[in-house]
Design a protein around this ligand. Structure first.
Ligand code: GDP
Length: 443
């Protein structure tokens, strides 16, 4: 989903704006274990615009005006996750050194930023005039508390979200007729995992410069290539940056390129160094891919260096299942980007997951299945009245998404939905891809 982050030093009014945008639609804390989410998130809305909001306000523990290290870190992370940052300042306080620090973080990250001068009720002119000095561009005066200026935020976000959704639509519901469409994959992973090396190997020529240094900038551009007789478009978030550096044409750098690559890929290849796989950053990106509804293939690189292969493989598989239960059953492939070993298997896994991600199950089969499932394990009846599940259909693929009509959706425990999802995975070969299942009120 299109994601905005509320960024700014303590006390500028982030929570107030968060509450105004999200209202009571705050996402319930996920019961999936594995990934810590220490930023508050919710589903936001202004008029007909829907988006995800990340809030860094919970971090306002330090009362002083500087940005403590933890806050800076989480701000940077929120910036990375966001498609657009709402950089908030306090119009009454004017521009402070801490605001300039925040502006620096945003500039360095190359983020798409809207400058929001909050608490601007009644004193709009002075407030916004000074804020120009942050070098971010035109300030938008608002009063989060009084709900003023929200229309201006809407006007700024609308074209961005429209464009984003059109692009997403092209991925999730593409023109069926266009069969030559390249399969879009993102190669993501921590610096030095070997992303450039892998992409080079797939491209079959040294088009990108590979070096051992960690990345400073990111730039996701799709590279089209033929890989084993099928067209692929690869979003490589590391390699191109390195090529860009040689060409010395560092254009606008985007902070959230890896995140964007995930959102616009059909299959995400999460590349990890065999020696240090499934670290927090890896879990974060895998979790994001799942939440965005993308198919994931885990690629364990530098397998040539591994000595105790059998034991290490078992360990890695165990970690995958334990730390990322939401992607249970996703393939884990060992490769050596350097020698090219395992790349055929990687390609095979990508194609398999793509097929599963595209899978459709007929309504007749689903209803037959649902009937049997409910009969064998009827849903619990917490209020004494039976909950009836009547009808099930797949509303779309990419990822497989289903609705079930339910007499009392509000009473159906989440565990029962999970039970159905697990059943779908087992019985229709939907292992390893995200599955969406929603309940609709119906008799
Ligand atoms: P990136 O930052 O993810 O793009 O990583 P690079 O592709 O630049 O690779 C980082 C370093 O790891 C380079 O020195 C590569 O030569 C090395 N490397 C990449 N893949 C392999 C591999 O399969 N085996 C070994 N031994 N080294 C690799």
């Amino acid at each position: 989903a299109y994601t905005i982050a509320l960024i700014g030093r303590p006390n500028v009014g982030k929570s107030t704006l968060f509450n105004r945008l999200v209202g009571r639609r705050i996402a319930l804390v996920d019961d999936q274990p594995g990934v810590t989410r220490d930023l508050r998130e919710g589903d936001g809305r202004i008029g007909d615009l829907n988006f995800r909001v990340i809030d860094t306000a919970g971090l306002e523990i330090a009362a002083d005006q500087s940005l403590p290290g933890r806050m800076r870190k989480l701000t940077e992370r929120a910036v990375e996750m966001a498609d657009c940052c709402l950089f908030m300042t306090d119009a009454r306080a004017g521009v402070t050194p801490a605001d300039r620090e925040v502006a620096d973080i945003l500039r360095r990250a190359g983020a798409d930023v809207l400058l929001i001068c909050n608490k601007a009720e009644g004193r709009v002119a002075d407030a916004t005039h000074e804020a120009w000095s942050l070098g971010i561009g035109e300030p938008i005066p608002v009063s989060a508390e009084h709900g003023e200026g929200i229309q201006e935020i809407y006007a700024a976000l609308q074209p961005r979200i429209d464009e984003f959704e059109a692009a997403l639509e092209a991925i999730e519901a593409p023109d069926e007729a266009d069969e030559d469409r390249p399969l879009q994959i993102a190669v993501v992973g921590r610096p030095n995992a070997g992303k450039s090396t892998l992409v080079n190997a797939v491209l079959g020529e040294d088009r990108l410069l590979v070096g051992p240094e960690a990345g400073i900038t990111r730039d996701a551009i799709g590279l089209e290539t033929d890989w084993g007789g099928r067209a692929f478009r690869i979003f490589d978030t590391a390699g191109l940056r390195k090529r860009a550096r040689i060409d010395e044409k560092l254009e606008k750098l985007s902070a959230s390129d890896a995140v964007r690559a995930v959102k616009f890929a059909e299959v995400v290849v999460l590349l990890m160094d065999a020696a240090s796989a499934f670290e927090t950053q890896d879990l974060r990106i895998a979790d994001l891919a799942e939440r965005e509804g993308r198919a994931v293939v885990f690629a364990i690189n530098k397998w040539d260096l591994e000595e105790a292969r059998g034991a290490r493989l078992a360990e890695l598989k165990e970690m995958q299942e334990r730390l990322l239960p939401q992607l249970s059953g996703a393939p884990l492939v060992t490769v050596s980007a350097l020698t090219g070993r395992g790349l055929d298997r990687l390609r095979g896994a990508v194609l398999d997951m793509h097929a599963v991600w595209n899978k459709r199950v007929t309504t007749a089969k689903l209803n037959q299945w649902l009937g049997a499932r409910v009969e064998a394990h009827p849903p619990p009846a917490p209020s004494g009245r039976r909950i009836r599940l009547r009808y099930m259909t797949q509303i779309k693929a990419r990822p497989p998404s289903f609705i079930v009509s339910c007499s009392k959706p509000e009473d159906l425990p989440a565990s029962y939905s999970r039970f159905l999802v697990n059943g779908l995975r087992q019985d229709f070969g939907l292992k390893g891809v995200p599955i969406r299942l929603s309940m609709r009120k119906g008799e």
